[in-house]
Design a protein around this ligand. Structure first.
Ligand code: HEM
Length: 493
């Protein structure tokens, strides 16, 4: 047959197709296959025709030139059970309904103005987290960085979205529910690839998801009721309050557009999208800094020269921290939070770069492979070397396809401003306030940088380290009954 053909790819087995080739770390396995079959590669994952994109140029074709064709998401069991039948933004099917919901997020809920309005909240929470670390520093405790940062990000995101901290309402365990949702949504689910096995629920995932969705629903119903019960729920400054106010205002386009399921699905999107992502990026960044003392020294010198040693970093300092900006970019390049983005799906047959891409193909953009493409990044591609960005106009916001940690185009991350701000603020704080030592005298070269795989790509092993204070900032508040000056906590006072 003449004319366009499917992109090249490895031969597939009956039933499972190429599933067996994905291994434990699919981004690595797919990058290796792409070396043989090229940057636009065709696979069959179970019964699902799949296109894997592994170069910046090819990603641009899919996410810019043909963005409209690839702007929907495949339906999966997790989107059905955990997202109210894909009624949220992240897993919603492209169309008028979804466009309106996404517009509400980008034009009202996650705007720069809205994100900035939570600056005070972030300052209080970040300071409290720093002071808890000061206590650990004084006690020479080994700290699980991921756990500390996770507590902080959860507290910020919960307060931003529903106006309450994660442990504030004893009636429910929202934190547990969100964590379980992340685990279940990130699990490999055979039923999504071999649909006729779905009724058997061989992995028990559907049962777990249904059970979780019931528990989550009860909690969300309570939270929404609590908001609406207030005399004037429009007084709520949190994101849920803003959503409800938009829905109930007859003067705007969102009036009666959405039902409660939409609101609940959006809330879950914000929790899942907002917590694990920033957390994973911050842990990678600090691990990379600890592993590369040369880079840590430069970051700290910049912080000391811009901020000094007498006060903590505040958000208005961030734009002046140009070296930190390079460090964050380099972290996203080598350790992208979502190495395969979130899968896209083609809405019609289309020809891309001369290849035939059939309707309903799942499209995976391997940004892990793009970040390590030596044609783009030169031969020291595996090295953590932030200086590579000096003099290059490479931005992470979805314009430069060699670095798209937040995706690009219609499905690009709507929480990017918040995510970037949180990552920079927390990394700056951790590097400015403390020096970090590895436990048991471990040398920095020995720190492992192995990755895991799930909904995001976390560091496989915990980052354990001992902080010591490097600032002299007097602290007037009382934490756990201890008044403190950074580095000199007087337990007797
Ligand atoms: C460092 C932080 C973050 C990173 C690296 C990140 C990354 C991503 C990526 C790669 C996607 C998929 C893009 C695509 O499919 O092409 C995405 C989508 C999304 N993110 Fe983020 N994200 C971050 C923070 C956040 C935050 C803070 C929120 C909200 C509070 C958020 C909410 C979402 C939502 C709702 C989507 C789905 C968008 C859609 O399908 O239209 N993200 N994010």
């Amino acid at each position: 047959k003449h004319g366009p053909t499917l992109p090249p790819g490895p031969p597939a087995l009956p039933i499972i197709g190429n599933l067996h080739m994905l291994g434990r770390l699919p981004h690595r396995a797919l990058a290796k296959l792409a070396q043989k079959y090229g940057p636009i590669m065709s696979l069959r994952l179970g019964h699902v025709p799949t296109i894997v994109v592994s170069s910046a140029k090819a990603a641009e074709l899919f996410l810019k030139e043909h963005d409209a064709v690839f702007a929907t998401r495949p339906i999966s069991q997790s989107s059905v059970y955990l997202s109210y039948g894909a009624k949220g933004v992240a897993f919603g099917q492209y169309g008028e309904y979804w466009r309106r919901m996404r517009k509400m997020c980008t034009l009202h809920l996650l705007t720069l103005a809205k994100v900035t309005s939570f600056e005070g909240l972030r300052r209080v929470e970040v300071e409290a987290a720093v002071w808890r670390l000061v206590e650990a520093a004084v006690a020479r405790d080994v700290v699980d960085v991921g756990e500390r940062v996770g507590d902080l990000i959860e507290e910020i995101v919960f307060k931003m979205v529903i106006g309450k901290g994660k442990d504030e309402d004893k009636r429910y365990d929202l934190k547990g529910v969100v964590e379980e949702a992340v685990t279940l949504a990130g699990a490999f689910n055979l039923a999504d690839f071999v649909p006729y096995l779905a009724p058997l629920d061989l992995q028990g995932l559907a049962r777990k998801m249904k059970d979780l969705s019931k528990r989550a629903d009860e909690i969300f119903e309570n939270i929404i009721d609590d908001h609406l019960k207030e005399e004037d729920f429009r007084q709520h400054t949190d994101i849920l309050g803003a959503t409800l106010a938009l829905m109930k205002n007859p003067n705007n386009e969102f009036f009666s557009s959405f039902d409660r399921d939409n609101v609940k699905a959006i809330m879950l999107d914000l929790f899942v999208g907002g917590i694990g992502t920033s957390l994973v990026a911050i842990v990678w960044a600090l691990a990379a800094l600890i592993k590369h003392p040369r880079v840590m020294k430069l970051v700290q010198e910049e912080l000391d020269s811009v901020i000094g040693k007498e006060r903590l970093v505040v958000e208005s300092d961030l734009s002046k921290l140009t070296y930190l900006d390079l460090v964050v970019k380099e972290t996203f390049r080598l350790y992208p939070v979502a190495p395969l983005l979130v899968p896209h799906e083609s809405m019609e047959d289309v020809i891309v770069n001369g290849y035939e891409i059939p309707k309903k193909s799942r499209v995976i953009i391997n940004i892990w492979a793009i970040g390590r493409d030596s044609n783009v990044w030169s031969e020291n591609v595996g090295e953590f070397y932030p200086e590579r960005f000096i003099g290059k106009e490479i931005d992470v916001r979805g314009r430069d396809f060699e670095l798209i940690p937040f995706g690009a185009g219609r499905r690009g991350c709507p929480g990017m401003q918040l995510g970037l701000l949180t990552v920079k603020l927390v990394v700056a704080q951790l590097a400015h306030c403390f020096t970090w030592e590895l436990p048991n005298g471990m040398q920095h070269e020995k720190l492992d940088m192995n990755e895991g795989f799930g909904l995001s790509m976390p560091k496989a092993n915990k980052l354990l380290a001992i902080p010591s204070c490097r600032l002299r900032v007097p602290h007037s508040n009382v934490i756990h009954g201890i008044t403190a000056e950074m580095g000199v906590i007087d337990k007797s006072s």
